[in-house]
Design a protein around this ligand. Structure first.
Ligand code: CUK
Ligand code: CUA
Length: 642
């Protein structure tokens, strides 16, 4: 494998783009070589002890979110979000299927990229975590009390929902930016008429401060660029949102060449407070759309799906002072804002340098109307006038930046496969450490807020190769934990992840430990088919539908012998778990059922449907080892001829 030398940095953009196809500068068999026994101590959590931080890693194409402990790297849970999940029955049970409804029908899979924890005054408040579905544009809200997905909203006029799901300082909005520009509204038109005709919708979804319910407030309809990542302003830049763009060439074919022609693309700065005022005063246009809004109600343990037909779109050129473009070199991917809100960092992925814009200089340039032309009526600011500094990193292919609490930034470099630590203000490189291999995002708990915790850094690597025992051609991705509490970073530990983690969000364990719910209370169960005790268990027939109101409690199903079922019946098992002890679920699996089992937590009711197809006596059983008599927890259904 050829090593990258510094003088190769000026190779053609196309050549550099090709290098993205899996470069492994360290060669295989890499090891830091300097791991000390103190590294082992730093990640060792003794039996019975608990981790210091939660880490929520995106599962990428698994569609889900995985919960890990730091520094141990132990995985605690996979939270199903956009994908059906046989482990718990999410997306299979009657109650949760509506969560995966969209304007395209039932879509039980997506590609989850970026989680972000809710904030109050710019600090993590640990109430919810939001995440995006890239493929069929959706934003999910997950409760950090139940660790369950409570809401999914589809994003109209959008495609490849990538610059999402990032939130403002007080969780006023969760933002969803389109990756692909598309015809808005969608219509039949020649693809080669893209330029000037396709549009990019940046969607601002308001979040109810009490319940967390999401509602699309407005969509800013931008020029037909690709929108990549986004970050909120914070502190002095609160009220703004920043989006990196590429393909400002507006190419529609041979993208790897045609979209890399311009030396600079833009970071789009949106003054959402101005847009908000404009819309509040009746500005914008209400346009016809069709998108799903799915809401899970904890008290009924059930979701509903509503189709919404209208959205407010705004033309940014009609709102003075609302949108500006900051030229940013070499197809910026990551777009990050430091904890003070003073600096906006653009990582040109085809570059060696990291560009830092100054928020103060940006506002001065706006006041002075110091513009370098415009794009579709949107003022372009002068690059030199808004530049705060350039980090001469010595790396190649910068992607994403996070921060500690000491005024340092940490940028990942995909091509040179490393994390580079540099100082805000002086822009000097302080330290660099290799990653194994080809790092994408990184995460410092609290790193996307005013108060990063700054003790550990998690690098999420795209290529695993030899880091673990081989598991055939397909390996899980690898994450690495670095201690960043000192001047120099120290690699502590590798751990495998699930799916493809893009971004992650982390917070202290103290923020969530006591908020995490232990049981659902039976006396708060408003499920329409719930029963309050095993005494109410019964079977009711309604034409060809049979409803079994079933109870589970250690270690018995009531009823456990069910007769009177005929071939052709649709049998609904409405299972209420009458346990009220922490961590005593029961499950139910019915022979021949093709909709997965369901796992029912204490106090909860869940439903699966079973079609009686063949005459006979068919068993069901509990799937979760619940007591010494778990294996006795079973029953039969007798199916007679119709
Ligand atoms: S993206 Cu994956 S490494 Cu979807 Cu945030 Cu940059
Ligand atoms: Cu209930 Cu096993």
């Amino acid at each position: 494998m050829k090593t990258i030398h510094f003088n190769q940095i000026r190779i053609s953009l196309v050549g550099m783009a090709l290098m993205f196809l899996g470069c492994n500068p360290q060669g295989s068999g890499g090891s830091d070589g300097a791991l000390s026994s103190s590294a082992a101590e730093k990640v060792y959590i003794a039996p019975g002890e608990q981790d210091e931080y939660y880490a929520f890693l995106s599962g990428g194409y698994s569609g889900n979110l995985t919960v890990y402990g730091l520094p141990s790297g132990r995985m605690f849970k996979e939270i199903p979000v956009f994908s059906q999940f046989p482990t718990s029955g999410y997306g299979y049970s009657e109650e949760t299927q509506p969560m995966l409804n969209t304007s395209h029908g039932f879509v039980p899979w997506d590609d989850l990229h970026h989680p972000d924890i809710s904030q109050t005054n710019g600090e993590l408040d640990g109430r919810w975590i939001f995440a995006n579905g890239n493929n069929t544009p959706r934003i999910a809200r997950i409760s950090l009390s139940t660790f369950e997905t409570e809401e999914i909203i589809e994003i109209p006029n959008s495609a490849g929902n990538h610059s999402s799901a990032f939130i403002t300082e007080n969780t006023e909005y969760v933002v969803a930016g389109t990756r692909f520009s598309v015809p808005v509204p969608q219509r039949d038109m020649p693809i080669n008429e893209y330029k000037g005709n396709f549009k990019g919708a940046l969607t601002f979804i308001s979040v109810d401060p009490e319940e967390g319910h999401m509602e699309i407030a407005f969509q800013v309809i931008m020029p037909g660029f690709n929108y990549d990542l986004a970050r909120p302003g914070r502190g002095e830049s609160h009220g703004w949102f920043f989006f990196s763009t590429y393909n400002t060439e507006e190419a529609n074919t041979l993208m790897e060449v045609n979209s890399s022609q311009n030396d600079k693309d833009f970071i789009a700065a949106i003054n959402w407070k101005k847009v908000e005022e404009y819309v509040a005063q009746g500005g914008g246009e209400s346009v016809a759309v069709n998108y799903a809004h799915n809401l899970y109600d904890e008290s009924t343990h059930s979701a509903t799906s509503t189709m919404i037909k209208k959205v407010v779109t705004v033309d940014p050129t009609q709102i003075p002072g609302a949108v500006y473009l900051l030229p940013t070199p070499k197809s910026p991917h990551g777009c990050d804002v430091d904890p003070s809100g003073k600096y906006i960092i653009g990582a040109g992925k085809l570059s060696a340098d990291v560009t830092v814009h100054s928020f103060t200089k940006m506002t001065e340039a706006i006041t002075n109307e110091d513009f370098d032309g415009e794009a579709y009526g949107i003022p372009i600011l002068n690059f030199d006038n808004v530049l705060a500094g350039v980090v001469k990193s010595g790396g190649l292919g910068p992607l994403h930046t996070e921060f500690d609490s000491q005024g340092n930034a940490y940028t990942t470099f995909f091509i040179s496969s490393e994390v580079v630590k540099w100082e805000l203000g002086s822009w000097e490189v302080v330290d660099r450490k290799p990653t194994f291999y080809s790092v994408g995002h990184l995460m410092i708990p609290g790193g996307n807020s005013r108060k990063p915790y700054g003790k550990y850094l998690v690098a999420m690597n795209k290529i695993t190769k030899d880091r673990y025992l081989p598991t055939g051609p397909e390996m899980e991705h690898s994450a690495q934990i670095y201690d960043i509490s000192g001047e120099k970073m120290e690699l502590l530990y590798d751990f495998p992840t699930h799916g493809e983690p893009h971004y992650a969000a982390g917070c202290s364990a103290d923020l969530l430990r006591d908020k995490s719910k232990k049981i659902y209370r039976l006396d708060e169960n408003n499920h329409p088919f719930a029963i309050t005790s095993p005494a109410e268990a019964r079977v009711e027939r309604d034409g060809k539908e049979v409803h079994i109101y079933m109870s589970t409690i250690r270690s018995h199903f009531t009823p456990d012998n069910i007769e009177g079922i005929k071939v052709g019946d649709r049998v609904y098992f409405h299972v209420t778990n009458h346990e009220q002890d922490f961590d005593v679920p029961h499950g139910i699996a019915m022979i021949g059922a093709n909709t997965s089992e369901i796992l029912v937590m204490p106090g909860q009711t869940k439903t699966i449907v079973w079609e009686a197809k063949q005459v006979g006596v068919w068993p069901f059983y509990c799937t979760d080892f619940c007591s010494a008599l778990h294996q006795e927890m079973q029953g039969y259904i007798r199916v007679s001829p119709a």
